[in-house]
Design a protein around this ligand. Structure first.
Ligand SMILES: Cc1cc2nc3c(=O)[nH]c(=O)nc-3n(C[C@H](O)[C@H](O)[C@H](O)COP(=O)(O)OP(=O)(O)OC[C@H]3O[C@@H](n4cnc5c(N)ncnc54)[C@H](O)[C@@H]3O)c2cc1C
Length: 383
């Protein structure tokens, strides 16, 4: 792994950083207060090709590599995790899964709209009674001639109320992970409804919804992958998702570092800048070291993806470390700010609230440790 960037990667990083300064940072506190990101952001993200990074041009994408993808996610995460999540889910969990698991007909049908921002995707795995133990999900998929009828409930679905296409995991056969199949469901289908979830601790601007499927008719050609392979589709999608989430967490941590350094240089106590107090420097040094370590773990996943190697173990390590780092960094940055960190005039309180969910979604920190432990020992602690 090398830390140098190609000219294309440098350009993408700069374009993303400029975009965040112009289109995200001036609005993020207001979006957080009113609990709604301006939906016009989707078209702006698409106009720069951000909703198609890594997808081949023939399907409407921008064929950049995964290091570039991580650079983009880092910049968006530094700006606003609610905005980063729109891309992470529509492109990362929906689009990249259609590309990886779909046939050419399915790729041609759904990917151009996702890459152009005309359509948004969501990823619907979690249910009210089933979170970490996703292999036990109960949403039903029942055969009806050439179609399927999907019924059930999904919860905490990012982009859920905004999405045009939902990747829904449903039980088409017997018990356990082998009875699950993946389907692409247009959200304007009869029997499909979404209800926004408000009052989140963080990611307040992000559209999070619960979904209800009431005998939603889906043609068999919308099945993504073989019958009974849905759990594997979901787990592979989450490994790719953990890479983008880890990169977003690096962005949060870097944002915390920049804010803490700048504030510590400006504010004085005891007749000298906060930065001149050794215990403040210690907090800043800890944020800096952990941010770099999280980035290195994340870029390792990107490099494995670009060379076609397995990413699951590396993705779990990166997601676990980067998400816990984002929470620690935001907490330390808030400490550097003192009482001013506790009001939303400064970004660190929002960074802390937004970071908190990253140790929960796309597999909690406990689940990442079990995946890592299983890979190292050959023993599953899940069963
Ligand atoms: C803002 C937000 C957005 C989300 N977006 C999406 C989305 O787009 N799509 C989607 O499908 N889901 C989404 N989720 C759901 C998320 O992935 C789940 O919340 C997460 O997987 C945890 O499931 P749970 O909340 O049911 O917790 P539970 O599984 O009930 O876990 C509760 C606690 O028990 C621990 N635990 C559980 N099992 C074990 C075990 N075997 N060993 C040790 N500890 C264990 C967990 O680590 C956790 O600490 C989102 C959630 C939030 C909050």
């Amino acid at each position: 792994m090398s830390f140098s960037l190609t000219p294309e990667q440098q350009l993408l990083k700069k374009t993303a950083a400029d975009f965040v300064e112009r289109e995200v940072i001036p609005h993020r506190a207001q979006w957080d207060r009113i609990e709604a990101v301006d939906r016009a952001i989707v078209g702006k993200l698409a106009a720069l090709g951000f909703l198609g990074v890594t997808i081949p041009e023939q399907f409407g994408g921008a064929p950049l590599d995964h290091r570039g993808y991580c650079l983009l996610m880092e910049e968006l995460g530094r700006g606003d995790s609610s905005v980063r999540g729109i891309v992470s889910v529509s492109l990362g969990l929906f689009g990249k899964t259609v590309y990886a698991e779909g046939n050419d007909e399915q790729r041609s049908e759904w990917l151009p709209g996702i890459c152009s921002g005309e359509h948004l995707g969501c990823f619907a795995l979690t249910e009210p009674g089933v979170g970490s133990d996703a292999g036990s999900l109960v949403t039903r998929a029942q055969r009806d001639g050439d179609d399927w009828l999907l019924s059930g409930e999904k919860i905490f679905i990012t982009n859920g109320g905004w999405a045009d296409l939902a990747l829904v995991f449903a039980r088409s056969g017997g018990e356990g992970p082998r009875g699950i199949t993946a389907f692409v469901v247009p959200t304007d289908s009869e029997g499909f409804s979404a209800a926004e979830i408000k009052g989140k601790l963080g990611l307040r601007g992000q559209a999070t919804a619960s979904l209800r499927l009431d005998a939603v008719r889906v043609p068999d050609r919308n099945r993504l992958g073989e019958e009974g392979r849905g759990f594997k589709v979901a787990m592979a999608a989450l490994s790719r998702g953990r890479m983008s989430l880890a990169a977003g967490c690096v962005g949060v941590s870097r944002g915390c570092l920049e804010a803490a350094v700048s504030y510590a240089q400006e504010r004085e106590q005891f007749g000298k800048p906060l930065a001149a107090h050794q215990l403040v420097q210690e907090m800043i040094a800890d944020i800096a070291v952990e941010t770099d370590a999280a980035r290195a773990l994340t870029w390792l996943v990107a490099d494995l993806a670009d060379t076609g190697e397995r990413i699951d173990l590396a993705a779990s390590k990166a997601k676990y470390f980067a998400s816990e780092t984002a929470v620690r960094s935001a907490n330390r940055a808030l400490q550097v700010f003192g009482g001013y960190g506790y009001i939303d005039e400064y970004p660190v309180g929002k960074y802390l609230r937004d970071a908190r969910v990253t140790t929960l979604y796309e597999g909690t920190s406990q689940i990442q440790k079990l995946i890592i432990g299983q890979a190292l020992t050959g023993v599953s602690a899940f069963a």
